[in-house]
Ligand binder design. Sequence first.
Ligand code: NAI
Ligand SMILES: O=C(O)/C=C/C=C(\O)C(=O)O
Length: 499
Amino acid sequence: MPTPTLTPNLDPHALARDLSGKLLIDGEMVPARSGKTFDVVNPATGQTVAHAAEGDAADVDVAVQSAAAAQKPWSKLSARERGRLVTECGRRVSEHAEELARLVALETGKALRTESRVEAGIVADAFFFFGGLGSELKGESVPFSPKMLTITQRDPIGVIGAIIPWNVPMMLMALKIAPALVAGNTVVVKSAEEAPLAVLRICQIMAAVLPKGVFNILSGQGPECGGPLVAHPKVGKVTFTGSVETGKIIYRAAADKLIPVTLELGGKSPMIVMGDADLDKAIDGAIAGMRFTRQGQSCTAASRIFVHDSLHDAFVSRLKARVDAMKMGDPLDEATDIGTIVSRQQFDKVKSYIAIGTETPGATAHACSALPTDGALAKGLFVQPVIFTGLGNDSRLAREEIFGPVTCVIRFTDYDSVIEQANDSEYGLAATIWTSDLKTALDATQRLEAGFVQVNQNLVVQPGLSYGGVKHSGLGKEASLESMLEHFTHKKTIILNMG
Ligand SMILES: NC(=O)C1=CN([C@@H]2O[C@H](COP(=O)(O)OP(=O)(O)OC[C@H]3O[C@@H](n4cnc5c(N)ncnc54)[C@H](O)[C@@H]3O)[C@@H](O)[C@H]2O)C=CC1
Ligand SMILES: O=C(O)/C=C/C=C(\O)C(=O)O
């Protein structure tokens, strides 16, 4: 087993240059077969920080063949041994946590102190959590007949294709690969165009622990690299996080091969603040829930905040004051609370929604926080967070996923009708309710149509807690024991007739 230790590199620019032009296939850092690269841009400055290798179908094939060859020997290790190796990956990743946080801040524009370090911590936790679950890969004994031994066992699926987005790339990758590996599968990851570096670095760290081929990562364009990965005959399952549109393309391609998929898609998550809620806690919850520090780039963002008429005006002015006090600036600066939007495409999308909202009769846009004045950041993709009031739940801003720092605060008076409005969405990922009444809280948990319902809190996704949506928010669960058992194994029934 190879075990060289990499030295953490706390200069993200130097590390980005080192990682340029590389994919990780069969345990080696290699260029794309075509030799092509694409630019990775620091969204805070507009400068190119790396040239990522542009993988395509040829690289996908080599990576999948490597993963397929590695799968049998990997599955022959005991689940506990695989878990021990995944735990060791977590230990090494945690030694590199600061380096990874800086690198992901550089490529995504997420503030180091408020976001990127938090993400790096969850990555290590994901490896530790799943690394400890090897002994849970157990089957059942079914009392079918006294003459027969009837049991079930959990077998790995084979090669897993994992396609990840850019918003929390390290965390979302870890929550897919750690359970897949412990379950005895091998993996090929396709990273997001906007954020290929930190995840590649994690894989480089893992390659020093895991046998070659068990784990491979490709960067490249969605249709040209992700498409062939889904279509490859040796890929037995695809796990995807991203847009609904791409999720449907992947689902159709998987249907042609009759393979299972897990899809974590969009959200338009409601937050309901009842008249008896603790206002201070609800404001904290809105700040955390909207992921303002991540410029709202989260599928769980509390982008529809329903506030009882009796608290509405105080809620809006206090929320605005709190966001105003947050400092927008260089993501790598320790003083910064809010970084940038990830890409020009996302920036334009967010700006277009703000324009639509602003032009809607009756709506008021409360722009918060101040754009940075530092000249070095003049080309940065900074957007002032906007709290809209006066928009209804039927407005485009309340129905479509914006994936930016834009939320609608909607006034309500009647509990039944607010539950109805909260559920009136094509999405069903997360929902929260803020109340001091236990009966209302319990009732809402039963009636809200979402995969993740929280009362008086707004937690980020955590290893151990099942996570995934209903309706257009997706299919399947991640982050939990259930995700490992149900989504990365198949159950085999075995009957021994001893009569
Ligand atoms: N659920 C979530 O956490 C995310 C939601 N989104 C939503 O999607 C919108 C667009 O963002 P994008 O980054 O363009 O999302 P996307 O869904 O197009 O991209 C996500 C991943 O899928 C890959 N991909 C794209 N087309 C593919 C294809 N035909 N076959 C296989 N893989 C493919 C991409 O390369 C990337 O790795 C955002 O504005 C946001 O609303 C985006 C990222 C994450
Ligand atoms: O902000 C979080 O806690 C989680 C974000 C996760 C996503 O955006 C996703 O799974 O798509």
